[in-house]
Design a protein around this ligand. Sequence first.
Ligand code: CP
Length: 318
Amino acid sequence: MKIFSSVNDVKDLKKLLKEAIDFKSNPYTHSELGKYKTIGLVFLNPSLRTRISTQRAAINLGMDVIVMNMDKDGWALETRDGVVMNGTTVEHIREAAAVMGTYCDILGLRSFPKLKDKEEDYSEEFFNKFVEYAKIPVVSLESATRHPLQSLADLVTITESNLVKPKVVLSWAPHVKPLPQAVPNSFSEWMCAAQELGMVDFTIACPPGYELCNDFTNGATIVHDRDEAIKNADFIYVKNWSSFEKYGEILPVEKDWMLKTKDLENTNNAKVMHCLPVRRDLELSSEILDGPNSIVIQQAGNRLFSAQAVLKNILENI
Ligand code: CP
């Protein structure tokens, strides 16, 4: 593995899952693999889990870690080609990525979409240019359309339950701000891949107008009735996203989509997941987050072992 930006970069999904789960029991089995190797983690947006779990994963593999908060500490980046840089941008991504590529052995990049121009965001122009100019392996720490380290951790969390073909439901939730589709796109993409391998039964529940881009939902059952969707569910993944169709907009929604304990009555005592951060009692009720069905902390904990499995695979190919 040289680039990790989606499930399509994974040759053997079951093997990667096993490696992540093995790291959970034995985190230091490959503690020399990254000796004298450096990972640079470049953030253009805030992060708690991705930042710390990826740092710790690299440390467990013996790597050195450099974190660059590009949005605060770096020069304002220009991504367009052929423009005279006489405005606010100071450094072109061509030089910035290339220079960081000379200092590090692996780079990680977090770059959210602007949610203004669907074509621009869904072309993954920024991530792809960064990969092109860095010329070293790159891991997505969440790009415009995907969050693969999160999705791998999500699948690890579902897999370690040892349920046979659990019913997994991705359930839209309310929010006050327009959020990217990266987490639900990515979760759906990984669940569809797992479904093809017979590992899960996958449904997406969302209000009309909130359907995700078809490219990420191949094989998923898509319904608009949340209560119907979560019947007999083993896992409910709660997440807000803005509209893909009316790109980046918050559309009016008639029913109350915030999941509460009473909504779990017709489920298979469903475990409730969320990638975090979560806005309590807006996206997801406190009674669920503080109750026995929430596995959000276990899920976040699995970010570490998932990142470690991905970095191990990359290090083995350097
Ligand atoms: N879930 C997730 O990626 O968390 P952070 O944004 O805090 O990294």
